[in-house]
Design a protein around this ligand. Structure first.
Ligand SMILES: Nc1nc2c(c(=O)[nH]1)N[C@H]1C(S)=C(S)[C@@H](COP(=O)(O)OP(=O)(O)OC[C@H]3O[C@@H](n4cnc5c(=O)[nH]c(N)nc54)[C@H](O)[C@@H]3O)O[C@H]1N2
Ligand SMILES: Nc1nc2c(c(=O)[nH]1)N[C@H]1C(S)=C(S)[C@@H](COP(=O)(O)OP(=O)(O)OC[C@H]3O[C@@H](n4cnc5c(=O)[nH]c(N)nc54)[C@H](O)[C@@H]3O)O[C@H]1N2
Ligand code: SF4
Ligand SMILES: [Mo]
Length: 725
């Protein structure tokens, strides 16, 4: 028997796990009580890592589709196939004919994080798409313009705050996002135990709302109105207090002017929150000793995602809570953080290029995935003919999913780096499988930058694998696109990347010459970071290194002109008139669709693990009893839900936890694709809610899809359907 300690790479919480092995075989995966950050917390998904690794459907060999049939092939054959088909397309149609889609697991994958860029850069395409444009892009956008860098995102200092205002997040189920914090339940309890208050704004009475002091059931898509009203009250009642930020903030008068029309009375018919409640919310926030406003996916994937994301931080700033203990603060990560590197930094901007068909601006080097199908289907120079999907399932997770599903079938070549043959990868010509989470080295370079506490934790692979590591796969692809061929010497490519990384930190790559791959790059990044750390230090600390609570970082963290925060960046305020126009209209009275996350789900891809698709983890349309009665729908009856982009049939779940006028269907279901090989998931298919998400509805500045607040109609389908469909 042996024991290994690793960080779970499945979600942002970064829990420490204790893996017990008998010989090579995994016996159990439990929470690591000694982990410096998570102290033993684990969720059902982390506990399923053994089942995931042993899942017979998980791909263990590269696959090539020939005459419509899948064949397991060697790595060399797979790369030959890609080389033979990719190179002529790029030669004939240029780099923009190749598109990449990077899914959520890419951001949890050290190899992909450190080596992916080499591939995208080598291709030189403008057609980069990621799950960010169905997720957090508005927060990057507003942070880029407020603080100078899109990864300079203030994080709620959960463990010291006295007042937490949560909008559009359900961390008790999602385990937190843009707020790396294992065991949020304990941390929220802590706020209340020290006499503080937790307020939740959400169209559903979620688990998080249930443990809060107060819940306001807002009408979807109206958070920017509510937040503006909070600013309005704080300004008009003289509650603005910049504290020690006074010398670093400009635009206070302008923000007051912008907020003027958004009185609690003006916004109330739209938000559904009374003027009295709004005023009280504003006063309590401003008067709390230490407060944090935190908005997540309910505030980003909606019609005013950028304005809402911006106003969250405007509130944090004007109440003096930015960059102070117990407010919202900037993490100082041990490795890979742009805003803590010594190199000079240029202020960030977006819109350096636009999408070909709809003219949508680039944000952080990517284009909105809502327009990927347009780019594939619309002929002309720059048309996308090749799609490389890296750890993504866009046929389930992006808007107007049916159209994208049809579009990818017209490509000249599609390559999926994936661990399953599923709804998206079934359309690929070549699938390059990645190792299971416990078969690869891990360090969370992304989410240590978004953490409520500074920590560093290295996880060497627990199990061996015959599969190529994904950084090796990516370098083989670099070899193909740079003309070195499908059998390129990737050791030389790796050396070149290490030299480049070392140069960025003014280091000699020879200092880490005993290492290769991601471990070498990470060692360089740690050495170039602001703590005196090497990878060897982390290797000798299996439960992680605690680098302490967050500390104030303004002005050093800012890369804006003059190291100041302009409260009213033009790229953001230009969208205010679109919001103000709402005030002059009657609130819409039709039904709107929102999503919800479920404890046993991980977006679309862990439904093949049978313990995770039991109990409440089913795909239902939740409706308020009043709406159900009016529409003639009962619990368990089938409803047809229609939007501009499509229609689905879903079983109804009548519950007073959703606000009247709102229907909630979780995303990530719809595992009935005939070409997929996921035996368990296909027994629990559910329905693809993104058939209903309209690819034409976007947050204007960032191009992020509206996944919450989609206009729909609901009618009885006649007959019942089983809840597990
Ligand atoms: N309606 C609606 N839609 C949504 C959302 C919503 O709230 N509502 N949420 C959105 C959000 S926040 C996100 S992040 C996206 C997620 O969207 P995606 O990233 O497109 O989807 P995932 O379900 O995360 O799919 C991940 C894919 O990666 C594969 N995979 C898993 N591990 C690995 C690995 O280690 N290597 C490789 N190569 N592949 C791997 C899985 O098999 C799966 O095919 O969905 C978005 N879609
Ligand atoms: N178990 C589980 N955990 C996950 C995931 C998963 O699929 N399953 N996915 C992971 C990913 S990729 C992400 S990005 C994070 C997301 O993490 P969270 O943002 O915490 O995700 P959700 O649980 O979807 O919470 C969003 C909440 O917003 C509410 N909402 C919807 N519309 C509106 C609105 O207009 N205004 C307001 N105020 N609220 C609204 C919804 O009712 C919901 O409760 O979760 C991560 N963790
Ligand atoms: S909460 Fe997230 S990081 Fe923690 S065990 Fe669950 S999936 Fe893994
Ligand atoms: Mo996400």
């Amino acid at each position: 028997m042996s024991t290994a300690y690793v960080t779970c790479p499945l979600c942002e919480a970064t829990c420490g796990l204790r893996v017990t092995l008998v010989g090579e075989a995994i016996r159990s995966v439990r929470g690591d009580d000694e982990d410096a950050f998570s102290h033993g917390f684990i969720c059902p998904k982390g506990a399923s890592l053994k089942a995931l690794q042993e899942d017979p459907d998980r791909l263990r060999q590269p696959m090539v589709k020939r005459r419509g049939q899948w064949e397991a092939v060697t790595w060399d054959e797979a790369f030959e196939e890609i080389g033979n088909r990719l190179v002529p397309v790029v030669a004939a149609h240029g780099p923009d004919s190749v598109a990449f889609y990077l899914g959520n697991p890419s951001s949890h994958n050290l190899g992909v994080m450190l080596y992916g860029r080499a591939l995208y850069r080598a291709v030189g395409t403008h057609n980069i798409y990621t799950a960010g444009s169905v997720d957090q892009l508005p927060k990057h956008f507003s942070s880029g313009y407020l603080f100078g860098d899109p990864m300079t995102i203030p994080i709620a200092d959960l463990d010291r705050t006295q007042h937490l205002l949560v909008l559009g997040a359900n961390p008790l189920v999602s385990n937190g996002s843009l707020m790396t914090a294992p065991d949020v339940r304990r941390r929220l309890k802590g706020i209340r135990a020290r006499g503080g208050k937790v307020v939740v704004v959400d169209p559903r009475r979620t688990r998080t709302a249930e443990v809060a002091d107060e819940h306001h059931a807002i009408r979807p898509g109206t958070d920017a109105l509510l937040l503006f009203a909070l600013v309005n009250v704080i300004v008009s009642e003289g509650l603005v207090d910049l504290g020690r930020l006074a010398d670093h903030v400009t635009g206070l008068e302008a923000i007051a002017t912008l907020a003027a029309p958004f009185t609690p009375e003006a916004v109330a018919p739209h938000t559904g929150i009374t003027p009295n409640a709004t005023r009280r919310m504003a006063r309590e926030l401003a008067q709390a000793e230490r407060a944090a406003v935190y908005g997540r996916i309910g505030t980003t994937t909606q019609a005013f995602g950028t304005l809402a994301s911006w106003l969250v931080d405007v509130l944090n700033i004007i109440t003096g809570n930015l960059d102070r203990e117990g407010g919202v603060m900037f993490p100082l990560a041990a490795a890979g953080q742009t805003n803590s590197s010594a190199a000079p930094r240029k202020p960030w901007r977006h819109g350096r290029w636009r999408s070909r068909v709809r003219g949508l601006p680039e944000v952080m080097g990517e284009l909105p995935v809502a327009t990927l199908a347009d780019e594939i289907l619309t002929p002309g120079p720059g048309q996308v003919r090749v799609l490389v999907v890296v750890g993504g399932n866009p046929c389930l997770s992006t808007p107007n999913a049916s159209r994208l599903d049809e579009a990818v079938q017209t490509l000249d070549l599609m390559v999926s780096l994936d661990v399953y043959l599923n709804e998206t990868s079934q359309h690929a010509d070549v699938i390059l499988p990645g190792p299971a989470p416990l078969e690869r080295d891990h360090y969370d370079v992304t989410f240590t930058q978004l953490s409520v506490r500074n920590v560093a934790n290295w996880s060497p692979a627990v199990s061996e694998t015959d599969l190529l590591q994904e950084w090796q796969t990516l370098l083989r692809l670099v070899g193909i696109v740079t003309g070195l061929g499908p059998r390129a010497d990737i050791a030389a490519l790796d050396d070149a990347i290490a030299s480049e990384t070392a140069a960025r930190y003014g280091l000699d790559p020879a200092v880490v010459d005993d290492r290769r791959g991601p471990a070498r790059l990470l060692d360089l990044m740690l050495r170039g970071g602001r703590y005196d750390l090497t990878l060897a230090d982390l290797e000798s600390a299996p439960h992680g290194v605690d680098l302490g609570p967050l500390r104030p970082r303004i002005p050093e963290v800012l890369s804006t002109p003059g190291h100041t925060i302009d409260l009213v960046p033009e790229a953001i305020t230009t969208d205010v008139p679109r919001l103000a126009a709402v005030l002059g209209t009657a609130p819409p009275d039709g039904l709107v669709l929102i999503g919800r996350r479920q404890l046993g789900s991980n977006n679309s891809w862990m439904h093949n693990i049978s313990p995770l698709v039991r109990g409440s983890n089913t795909c239902t349309a939740q409706l308020h009893p009043d709406d159900a009665a009016r529409l003639g729908l009962a619990n368990g009856s089938a409803a047809v839900v229609c939007s501009r982009s499509g229609a689905v049939t879903v079983p109804v779940e009548v519950t007073a936890t959703v606000r009247p006028g709102v229907v909630s269907i979780p995303h990530g279901w719809g595992h009935d694709a005939v070409g997929a090989r996921t035996a368990v998931a296909s027994q629990h298919p559910g329905t693809n809610s993104n058939v209903l998400a309209d690819d034409l509805l976007l947050d204007a500045p960032s191009g992020t899809a509206v996944l919450n607040g989609i206009p729909i109609t609901v009618t009885p389908a006649g007959g019942d359907v089983a809840w597990t469909a």
